[in-house]
Design a protein around this ligand. Structure first.
Ligand code: ADP
Ligand code: MG
Length: 697
């Protein structure tokens, strides 16, 4: 009762059932949630600038009155409309423009008094404010929350005004802060000079100066990092207590396999294999994350690990995110392993995917359970309950970002503490790896096999599409193959994007009519996709029109050119993955990015693609530009929980938080001490699965 954690926001003044719904949609259900809804930015309204003081190139805030309003279409592009408002204060007037936001005209009226915040830009000879945010000034002189101070600005839907949100926040803080409990134990706070929670919350929302805001920020970011690390650290400590399988390492089969490879392993591969060997030889179950750029040769490392498991009499399983990839791995690995079978015990490899027939599946389930299969390669289909192993020794999960955290845990559960190797081709900086995978040991393959020809990446404007087509045709005429990637299957005229389906028909009949074209996308039946892919492999198709279904893993050496349309609509890592589909053979490859985007962010991202070929560099850039939340996408568990902590910026703070988590759990692994009860409570609230974890594995 009365505790902000359990009190619904409906009990606040000014919030009825209807408003409560709007709040709920923001993830705000309780007063506590409200407190943790942090400002997106602040405006220093203690001294606003006047119109005459505005400077070009900077984001600034003014107080002004609307004189006139207009809405017109752009003369360059019909689908583009511009809302224009002339605003003024006693020192001068300035136009404000909004692109494609015609509803602004419904809100602003001549005579409205507003606070405007936006970037001042030069347009021709005049200055203007582009896409400013605005807020109406109240006539209520009592409104001290929104004037004459540092004012918080929140991310809110249109229906919810900034001013009323501030009022609700303040009322809630006044009433409920005295009842709030600080989940961070006192000794942790004092060791790290952190503010208490009540003070931090008031100063994050209504700071009197930026120094105080900063202090609160530090405290709240620490708390986030800390709560994030506790479950990871706990999982890691628990694993260290468990006994798994001590594999016999260094047998004849492993040696024969490595010697039989048509290439020499790189130094980085060797180093990583050593790390895996020593994990697998130990009793403690391996939990290792293998990071390596596209094409760095992770698959062969995984195969060697599988051979080690199998040689000692244990089964191994490899899970990948797509059907096409599973099949490709199956064929390649089967081929590599077959070289062994003449000399040594035969390794039996199975392929299990969603399109495996029921009859075949039933047979495979039996074979796997009875131990007649040694290595099982497949997709999500492996997670089904009917898949049981005789003695699972190694789990490998490829392209792990395509699987949820829950899914990650399912496969190992099918064995008795098997070793687990998780692979990702989206390499990320160390601090972020700790944030997300703090329960795992980390290995990195930081070099590509020698002899790779680097890929030329060129950025084109839509108007120069013809040039990109010419390069593609040139490659095709040489007998090479090419891809053209579209962001969507069906075109969207509203967004002005072309889709794969229509462009396939168009290009086939026009620009590329001398070549054989194919079309592949996620809505095709699996068998259809397979058919198209094998036609491409067999060169029955020269040019493949595709969506991002191609994203992971496909390995076709004679594909030397890729055009990506609307390249700005893809994440950088995604582009990098896509680009990894070419440059797999010995001839120079071309990645041709086409974009019409005028946004600065988009061009910064695309230029990073042109500049860097290294996946680490690219994710670093992408993270810098978009921030971790966007980088990983919404569904990536956890990072969206980081509302204010940014592991890339606050590395020291993250390290401290992790150290404190380790210290706490070493002393009190089950969080039974009295001073740790609030930590436990908060954790259970944040991660309900935590309860289970403390009890079992
Ligand atoms: P990743 O999964 O890391 O993207 P792959 O394992 O698919 O990369 O390897 C890419 C290609 O490089 C494959 O054709 C593989 O056989 C080859 N390869 C792997 N290791 C080496 C090496 N040390 N030298 C030469 N080629 C290699
Ligand atoms: Mg791979």
């Amino acid at each position: 009762m009365n505790n902000p954690q359990d009190t619904s926001i409906q009990y606040l003044k000014g919030i009825g059932p209807k408003r409560a719904k709007v709040f709920n949609n923001l993830g705000i259900k309780t007063i506590f949630d409200l407190f943790y809804y942090f400002p997106r930015r602040y405006e220093d309204r203690t001294n606003l600038v006047t119109v005459s003081q505005l400077k070009e190139g900077e984001a600034q805030t003014i107080k002004a009155q609307v004189l006139a309003l207009g809405l017109h279409n752009s003369w360059r592009r019909k689908s583009f409309n511009i809302t224009e408002a002339e605003v003024a204060d006693e020192t001068g007037r300035i136009p404000c423009v909004w692109f494609n936001q015609p509803y602004i005209k419904e809100y602003l009226k001549p005579g409205s008094k507003v606070i405007l915040h936006g970037r001042v830009e030069r347009y021709g000879v005049k200055l203007q404010i582009s896409n400013p945010e605005f807020e109406f000034i109240s006539n209520d002189s009592e409104d001290t929350l929104s004037a004459g101070r540092i004012v918080p600005v929140y991310s809110l839907p249109e229906r919810l005004g900034q001013r009323s949100f501030r009022k609700i926040m303040k009322t809630a803080l006044d009433e409920y802060l005295p009842k709030i409990n600080d989940c961070l134990p006192y000794d942790i706070r004092s060791r790290n000079s952190l503010e208490n929670l009540a003070k931090s919350l008031i100063n994050i929302h209504f700071p009197e100066n930026f120094g105080l805001q900063e202090k609160s920020y530090t405290r709240l970011a620490f708390e986030e990092f800390f709560l994030f690390q506790v479950p990871l650290v706990l999982r890691k400590l628990k694993r260290e207590d468990k006994s798994g399988i001590a594999h016999k390492i260094g047998g004849a089969m492993q040696k024969a396999f490595v010697l039989g490879l048509p290439f020499k392993l790189t130094r980085a591969q060797d180093k990583v294999i050593q790390e895996i060997k020593s994990d697998m030889a130990g009793l403690k179950p391996m939990q290792r994350l293998l990071q390596g750029d596209v094409g760095s040769g992770k698959t062969v490392v995984a195969t060697i690990a599988a051979v080690m498991s199998i040689e000692g009499g244990y089964q191994a399983v490899l899970m990948v995110p797509t059907e096409i990839l599973a099949k490709q791995h199956y064929e390649k690995i089967n081929y590599q392993l077959s070289a062994l079978s003449g000399k040594l015990k035969e390794i039996k490899v199975a392929l299990l995917t969603g399109s495996t027939t029921d009859k075949e599946k039933n047979r495979l389930y039996d074979d796997i359970k009875e131990g007649r299969m040694d290595l099982i390669i497949g997709t999500h289909a492996l997670l089904e309950a009917r898949v049981r192993f005789k003695n699972l020794g190694l789990v490998v999960i490829d392209e792990q970002h395509k699987f949820g955290v829950g899914q990650r845990a399912l496969l190992p559960g099918k064995g008795l503490n098997p070793d687990v190797l998780i692979m990702t081709a989206t390499p990320i900086p160390r601090t972020l790896a700790i944030t997300l995978y703090g329960d795992l040991d980390i290995s990195v393959i930081n070099e590509l096999p020698p002899g790779r020809i680097s890929i030329e990446t060129i950025l084109f404007n839509g108007e120069d599409r013809g040039k990109a087509y010419e390069i593609a045709k040139e490659e095709l005429r040489r007998g090479n193959q090419a891809y053209i990637i579209y962001p969507v299957i069906e075109e969207s005229s509203a967004l002005d994007i072309s889709g794969a389906k229509k462009m396939y028909a168009e290009l086939k009949a026009g620009e590329f009519k001398e070549f054989k074209l194919g079309l592949i996308h996620g809505k095709l039946k699996r068998e259809e996709q397979d058919k198209v892919m094998s036609s491409f492999k067999n060169k029955k198709i020269n040019l493949l029109i595709s969506t991002t279904v191609l994203e992971v893993g496909i390995d076709i050496p004679s594909a030397t050119c890729m055009i990506v349309e609307h390249a700005d609509r893809f994440g950088l890592s995604q582009l990098h993955q896509l680009r990894g589909r070419i440059g797999r053979g010995s001839s120079v490859s071309f990645c041709l990015l086409i974009s019409d985007s005028k946004s600065q962010e988009a061009s910064a991202r695309l230029l990073a693609m042109v500049k860097y070929n290294d996946g680490f560099k690219i994710s670093e850039e992408d993270l810098k530009i978009r921030g971790p939340g966007e980088f990983f996408g919404r569904e990536q568990h956890g990072l969206s929980e980081l509302r204010i902590g940014n592991p890339l910026v606050q590395m020291q703070l993250l390290k401290k938080a992790r150290e404190e988590a380790i210290r706490l759990l070493k002393l009190d692994p089950h969080l039974t001490d009295r001073q740790n009860q609030l930590v436990k409570e908060r954790l259970l609230q944040k991660f309900p699965e935590y309860e289970q974890m403390m009890l079992v594995g």
